[in-house]
Design a protein around this ligand. Structure first.
Ligand code: ACO
Length: 269
C-alpha cells in the first residue's frame, strides 16, 4: 500500500501491480490502518483511491483471500469482517470526500470500494467486470448490494449474469462512475475535482455526504426527521458559520448568488 500526501490530496494506491492489485489479507489490514491515518491527518482534505500499474484492482485475491482460508473458518471470518470494515463500513461514511480513480482493470470485489467512494472517475479504456459468474461464484461480500445502489437494474442484472466486461465509457453510461476521460487526463481531472471539493466548507461537506448515504435507506418520514436533526448538527459543528456568512453575503452585501457559486469562506475561523 502506498500513501502519498500532496497539496491536500491523500493518494492511496493499491500497490501489488504484479498481482494486478488483487486484495489479499495484507491489503485488507493495511487499508484499515491507512484510512484511520488519512481521516485524522489534517494535511489530507480529500482521499483518492487508485491502483499501481495497469490495474485499479483485480478483485479479491483468489489464492490468498479465498483458497488459503477455505479450511480456516476463523481466519476467513476475521478477514471478511476486516475487509467489510474498510471497503464499505468505513469508506461509505468516511469523514472526508473520497474519489475512486479507476486507472485500469476493475473486477468483482473491487466494485465495493469503487462504489463506496463518493465519486469515481475512470479512464475511458479501463476494463470492468462482474467476473464472479465466470469462475463459479455469485457477487457476494456485499458486491451485488453495492451495485444495486448505483447501476440501473437492467444493466446490473446483465453484467451479474453474463460476466461480460465493459469499458470506462460504458461504466459512466450505467452510473458506475461519474465520468470517463482519456487515460492521459485521468490524474489531472481527478486533481481538478479534488480541488473543487477542497474549496467547500469541510464540515458541511462531511455532513451532506453522510446524510445522503444514511437518508437514502430510510423511509421519507424517517428521512425528513433525520435530515432536519442532521442539519442542526451541521450548524452546531460548523466553526466557519457558513450559513450566516452565505446568507449575509447574498441578502445584505449582495456580493454573490448561491445558485451560481459558493460564498467567500473565512478559513481563519
Ligand atoms: N487473485 C489472485 N491472483 C490474481 C488475481 C486475483 N484476483 N488477479 C490477477 N492475479 C495474478 C495472476 O494469477 C498472476 O499471477 P502470477 O504472475 O503469479 O501468475 C498475476 O496476477 C498477473 O495476472 P495475469 O492474469 O497474468 O495478468 P493479465 O494482465 O494477463 O490479466 C486480468 C489481468 C484480466 C485482471 C486477470 O489477471 C484476471 O482475470 N484476474 C482475475 C479477475 C477477477 O475475476 N477477479 C476476481 C473477481 S471476484 C471477487 O473479487 C470476489
Amino acid at each position: 500500500m502506498l500513501l502519498e500526501i500532496e497539496d491536500g490530496i491523500a493518494w492511496v494506491t493499491l500497490n501489488r501491480p504484479e498481482k494486478r492489485n488483487a486484495i489479499n489479507p495484507g491489503i485488507v489490514y493495511a487499508m484499515r490502518e491507512i484510512m484511520a491515518q488519512v481521516e485524522t491527518d489534517d494535511r489530507c482534505k480529500v482521499m483518492v483511491l487508485t491502483g499501481a500499474g495497469e490495474a485499479f484492482c483485480a478483485g479479491m485475491d483468489l489464492k490468498e483471500y479465498f483458497r488459503e482460508t477455505d479450511n480456516d473458518p476463523v481466519e476467513r471470518a476475521r478477514l471478511v469482517r476486516a475487509n467489510g470494515d474498510w471497503q464499505w463500513r468505513h469508506l461509505r461514511v468516511f469523514s472526508k470526500p473520497t474519489i475512486a480513480m479507476v486507472n485500469g482493470w476493475c473486477f468483482g470485489g473491487a466494485f465495493t470500494p469503487l462504489i463506496s467512494c463518493d465519486l469515481a472517475i475512470a479512464s475511458q479504456d479501463a476494463v470492468f467486470g462482474l467476473s464472479e459468474i465466470n469462475w463459479g461464484i455469485i457477487p457476494a461480500g456485499v458486491v451485488s448490494r453495492a451495485v444495486a445502489a448505483v447501476v440501473r437494474e437492467r444493466e446490473a442484472m446483465y453484467y451479474i449474469m453474463t460476466g461480460d466486461k465493459f469499458d470506462g465509457r460504458r461504466a459512466a453510461e450505467i452510473g458506475l462512475v461519474n465520468e470517463a476521460v482519456p487515460a492521459e487526463q485521468l490524474r489531472e481531472r481527478t486533481v481538478e475535482l479534488a480541488r473543487k471539493l477542497m474549496d467547500k466548507n469541510p464540515t458541511v461537506l462531511k455532513q451532506a455526504k453522510i446524510a445522503h448515504r444514511i437518508a437514502s435507506e430510510m423511509s421519507w418520514e424517517q428521512g425528513a426527521d433525520y435530515l432536519m436533526a442532521k442539519s442542526d448538527q451541521s450548524l452546531l459543528h460548523d466553526a466557519e458559520r457558513g450559513r450566516d456568512t452565505g446568507m449575509s453575503q447574498f441578502l445584505d452585501e449582495k456580493s454573490f448568488r448561491p445558485g451560481l457559486g459558493a460564498y467567500r469562506r473565512d478559513t481563519s475561523l
